[in-house]
Design a protein around this ligand. Structure first.
Ligand code: FES
Length: 123
């Protein structure tokens, strides 16, 4: 039996959104200060929708899986819908994460929001 649920394993083994986007509308990156792991999202917006989203994730398996799963959840959504994705949404989509590893998963949501907020020049 694997350490992680099948859905999480799939995103670890076969990430569908890894890479970069040359003509991204917004880019944001940030890290988890407790371990130094980093995540960068590239997002291309078309007509108010997230047309394409890619990531470069350099971190633990949970953070890489969360980055890929959140990209899957956000792609095709409007900017406003994607901005409403929460820490609890990614944790529940991953089938639950132990208390000590929550920051590994929620980094994805924080970087996504940072990127999308740049569209509005919000801090
Ligand atoms: Fe660094 Fe998980 S240990 S993000």
């Amino acid at each position: 039996m694997s350490l992680y649920p099948d859905k999480v394993m799939e995103h670890i083994k076969n990430p569908k959104h890894s890479g970069s986007i040359a003509n991204a509308t917004v880019v944001a990156d940030n890290g988890n200060p407790s371990c130094g792991d980093e995540l960068k999202y590239y997002i291309r917006i078309e007509n108010g929708l997230i047309a394409e989203i890619k990531h470069e994730a350099r971190g633990c398996a949970i953070s890489r899986a969360a980055a890929d799963l959140l990209a899957e959840m956000a792609e095709g959504k409007s900017v406003q819908e994607a901005l409403s994705l929460t820490h609890e949404d990614i944790i529940s989509a991953m089938g639950g994460i132990s208390e000590g590893r929550r920051a590994c998963a929620t980094l994805s949501v924080d970087v996504l929001q940072e990127a999308l907020n740049k569209l509005y020049n919000l801090p």
